[in-house]
Write a protein that binds this ligand. Structure first.
Ligand code: IFM
Length: 732
């Protein structure tokens, strides 16, 4: 890890102003050329393969595939995942099940495999085309015998038909004629049954064409290998289409997949065209445009691309894991990252996807109730790490780099997740005005989470309600009492539950009858929630305007973070677990997170005092940290500091500045980056009855513009005003 504030501010990979040279004329589409819409990786560095596989991953919320090389390399780790399909092995927590690698294709020219680590690479380039949702690759290779072969790849996960995956590969012998065999055998079964009983069927169809014949040329097939006589300068194209269906979506996955792919392979160009149109339409709604800072523009599009790639409005039984469908870190588990960091983007630009995400929380409410009951409380406590069913799937321990077994306490103690889920639900309802969701699902979540807090908090001798033995967002300090974030959010949860109960009683009395009867809510219970909220201990000091992060925090050891610059490892590694627990160094915003979420409830001087106190003590050991600092600093008007944090957040994946992008993109951090731009620099506020904005643009940003949906109408935000023809008015 590199110290955020010691970095050269130009740490983002350079924008390539050259354009992809080849025109991919033999493929049914061509890459976007505008550098603000593409990510280009030139050359080949074996050690970066895993990181690039994450960054260039494709996905459509149903399935996701890492951007591995078709022919493989010593460090390739191809993986395709299907949302909600987990494997559970005895004795371990469920993890996303890797599917058979459908992308594999290797060419053997006159007996010599075409490989990046052999011969001479004349050109090698990978392009993530964020606008069209396509991964491109072009490669010119010269083997030891001087034969030059050009290979081009197009790969996508269809956004128009989420069950389809497509790969087209062209091979052109530039200076020779000869014999080529293509090995495209799948490296696994096409029917898989996962440990938790889900059947996944992958139906695969191929088509081979050359330019002259435009149909399958004559080929010999031996043990899965096809052999061709290549003619000088002639291009051969290999199309592969995969239809994926599971027993989660159909009773006949195998048959459904077979029929689906047979139909689709007939019109590869049409499938690609529809996919492209679907992405263009999505960008119409979800793009955030910046003038004056092309690197920031591209970083934001990278964030939006991966958020969109992870979402599926058609399936509300799945959510988005911390690394989306792009890698194995955190095993596909869902954290507060979704409700707090990603959800605002979806609520405002893709409410259908947001609806599916909040409904996932509704469908997993039974498991949350069971977790609360198991711990001896009423109501519902969501899993800190959640998979397909919503049960707690946090691993009980990990092996630390020192080889010691470390117990993981977050599954029991990071209870703020309950209020985070409630916050996401309430935000969704506030912004969309989706009353039906509120009555049929959202209110139940708000009431059950409030009930949990009312039974979890204990009134102590000072007459205040306290919550002991928790972990706040700052995971460096475990088993603490009265964590300000947890208490503050619990208090919010209780108050809002009461308000929503009153609202339903007044506006929909019949529904209230049914709901309160079903949940056993006694008439006085909502008032009790309010009373507990009123008497909550918050750790707020009137004198200083500071919240104490938890009881005893102010008495901990001061450690000057600046003295560790330049930093090469996270602070808990540098100081060790015990010392960091005794210190004031925090992993990620905790009180600042509270300020960020409950902004409208905090007086301006309280926001500022807490940010100024806690910001220098934050070690940014979580990818979620820098974007929130950017957002809050921007709102406080410190745009220079905000910009530095924004850049640090943008570099988490794009420059792999935490060294762990190999395990997948950081979906929460990407959602945070979008929030830093839209809610921080753009200054969009959505708490009142009407959207408002108070922009704080960085100096070099000439303008920021975006569309967003508020209460079922599209609006357009443009700052500074007057930089676009339509301005802050309702868009049609
Ligand atoms: O949810 C986060 C947490 O806040 C910090 N550790 C990683 C988790 C997943 O991103």
């Amino acid at each position: 890890m590199v110290d955020p504030l010691s970095r050269d501010p130009s740490g983002l990979p350079e924008m390539l102003d050259h354009q992809p040279s080849t025109h991919f004329a033999e493929l049914p589409a061509s890459p976007t050329e505008d550098p603000e819409w593409i990510l280009v990786e030139e050359g080949f560095t074996l050690a970066r393969e895993h990181e690039l596989e994450s960054l260039f991953a494709i996905g459509n919320g149903y399935a996701g595939s890492r951007a591995s090389l078709t022919e493989g390399s010593p460090l390739s780790a191809p993986a395709t995942f299907v949302a909600g399909v987990f494997d559970s092995k005895p004795g371990s927590v469920p993890e996303l099940a890797p599917m058979t690698d459908w992308t594999r294709l290797s060419a053997i020219i006159e007996g010599q495999p075409l490989r990046l680590d052999r011969g001479h690479n004349l050109e090698h380039r990978r392009i993530l085309d964020m606008r069209q949702g396509i991964f491109w690759r072009e490669w010119r290779h010269q083997d030891e015998a001087g034969r030059i072969t050009r290979l081009q790849v197009l790969r996508l996960a269809s956004l128009a038909d989420r069950h389809l995956l497509v790969q087209c590969v062209t091979i052109t012998p530039e200076n020779y004629s000869g014999r080529m065999s293509v090995d495209a055998t799948l490296t696994g079964p096409v029917i898989q049954v996962t440990g938790n009983g889900t059947t996944v069927a992958m139906a695969v169809s191929h088509r081979v064409m050359n330019r002259v014949e435009r149909r399958t040329p004559s080929a010999e097939q031996v043990e899965g290998r096809q052999s061709f006589e290549l003619k000088l300068g002639e291009t051969y194209r290999f199309d592969r289409m995969v239809a994926l269906h599971t027993s989660r979506d159909t009773v006949e996955p195998r048959e459904t997949a077979r029929r689906h792919v047979e139909r689709a392979i007939e019109d590869v160009t049409g499938v690609i065209g529809e996919h492209r149109d679907a992405w263009l339409a999505r960008w119409e709604a979800s793009d955030l445009r910046i003038e004056g800072d092309p690197a920031a523009q591209r970083a934001l599009r990278f964030a939006i691309y991966h958020l969109l790639s992870a979402a599926n409005p058609q399936d509300d039984r799945v959510s988005i894991g911390a690394r989306g469908l792009s890698g194995t870190t955190y095993k596909g588990h869902v954290f507060w990252d979704t409700d707090i960091f990603m959800l605002p983007f979806f609520i405002l630009t893709y409410p259908e996807a947001a609806h599916a995400l909040v409904m996932y929380r509704y469908h997993t409410l039974a498991a949350a109730r069971a977790k609360a009951a198991r711990l001896g409380y009423r109501g519902a406590l969501y899993a800190w790490e959640s998979a397909d069913r919503g049960e707690e799937v946090t691993p009980p321990s990990v092996i630390a780099p020192s080889n010691e077994v470390v117990r993981i306490l977050t599954g029991e103690q990071e209870q703020h997740i309950g209020a985070d889920v409630a916050f996401g639900v309430w935000n969704y309802w506030q912004a969309t005005g989706d009353d039906r969701f509120l009555i049929e699902a959202g209110a139940e979540i708000l009431f059950e989470t409030a009930r949990f807090w009312a039974s979890r908090a204990e009134r102590e001798e000072d007459g205040r309600y306290h919550i002991r033995r928790v972990i706040g967002p700052d995971e460096y300090h475990e088993t603490v009492d009265d964590n300000a974030y947890t208490n503050g959010m619990a208090q919010w949860n209780l108050e809002v539950a009461r308000e929503i109960a009153d609202l339903i009683v007044e506006r929909w009395p019949e529904q209230w009858q049914g709901l309160s009867r079903r949940l056993g809510i006694e008439p006085e219970e909502p008032r009790r929630w309010q009373n507990v909220a009123r008497d909550f201990y918050t750790g707020f000091d009137e004198q200083t305007g500071l919240f104490e992060q938890f009881r005893g925090y102010f008495g901990l050891e001061e450690i000057d973070l600046a003295s560790f610059v330049p930093r090469t490892a996270p602070m808990d590694v540098l100081l060790g677990r015990e010392r960091i627990q005794r210190s004031k160094i925090i992993k990620q915003p905790d009180v600042v997170m509270l300020v960020c979420l409950l902004w409208e409830r905090m007086p301006p001087e309280v926001r500022k005092a807490n940010f100024e106190y806690y910001e220098p003590r934050c070690g940014h050991g979580s990818s979620l940290s820098p974007a929130i600092h950017a957002l809050v600093a921007a709102r406080l008007g410190d745009t220079a500091l905000a910009e530095r944090y924004f850049r640090q957040a943008a570099e988490i994946d794009l420059a792999d500045n935490m060294g762990n992008a190999a395990g997948g993109i950081h979906a929460g951090a990407l959602g945070g980056l979008w929030q830093a731009a839209a809610l921080g620099f753009g200054g969009l506020y959505l708490c009142g009855e009407r959207p408002e904005h108070r922009a704080n643009l960085p100096l070099n940003w000439r303008s920021l513009s975006m569309r967003f949906q508020w209460r079922a109408r599209w609006h357009e935000l443009t700052v500074p005003e007057g930089t676009e023809s339509r301005n802050a008015e309702d868009a049609p």
